[in-house]
Design a protein around this ligand. Structure first.
Ligand code: SF4
Length: 185
């Protein structure tokens, strides 16, 4: 973990990993859950999952870890209109042997304003790239030029709709190049 994230979430992360079952995604889920519980990132309580799904995720990856979760009464997750399109895109590219939790979490993370790895509470962009290649391999392969992940996902939606929202004919000549491909620190 990066020092900044360790400073806030190391204890919680360690507590989760002490219960980890050794499944793929244990480490990524531990980062995401620890950050959310410590108020890092932009994910809401239960990561935007239904409570039953959140409990199932914990039971599957970290059995015995029981965080105290206070879900506010009348709790409603705010989602932009494109949430369902993003979720559909991610679910369509998720291998059938994995539960759909990560697709819901990533779509939820796209609703916030910072870099996706930050909004998900991950420690680095490298962790997000790993998350994408582990959970949405075919989709991740399409990002061959290493576009910023949130930009990349939204661009997939535009292409599906046949919309070209870009002002330049190609990325190479675009004045917004750094907005799409610059560093994500
Ligand atoms: S760099 Fe420019 S042309 Fe390429 S995706 Fe971004 S906005 Fe569109």
């Amino acid at each position: 973990m990066k020092a900044s994230a360790m400073f806030h979430s190391a204890q919680r992360y360690a507590a989760l990993m002490a219960h980890a079952t050794g499944l793929p995604n244990d480490d990524l889920y531990a980062q995401i859950i620890a950050s959310q519980l410590d108020g890092i990132g932009a994910l809401p309580a239960t990561l935007g999952l239904q409570e039953a799904d959140y409990s199932a995720l914990l039971s599957c990856h970290f059995p015995g870890f029981e965080p105290y979760i206070q879900v506010p009464e009348n709790y409603v997750v705010t989602r932009a209109p494109e949430y369902h399109d993003l979720l559909t895109l991610l679910l369509e590219h998720a291998p059938g042997n994995l539960p759909p939790w990560m697709a819901h979490i990533v779509a939820q993370g796209c609703m916030a304003d910072n870099h996706l790895w930050q909004d998900l509470g991950l420690c680095s962009r490298e962790d997000l790239s790993l998350l994408m290649s582990q959970n949405f391999p075919q989709l991740a392969k399409l990002n061959e030029h290493d576009m910023k992940w949130k930009k990349f996902l939204y661009k997939q939606l535009c292409e599906r709709e046949g919309i070209n929202a870009c002002r330049a004919p190609s990325c190479e000549y675009c004045t917004d190049y750094l907005k799409c491909f610059g560093t994500e620190d």
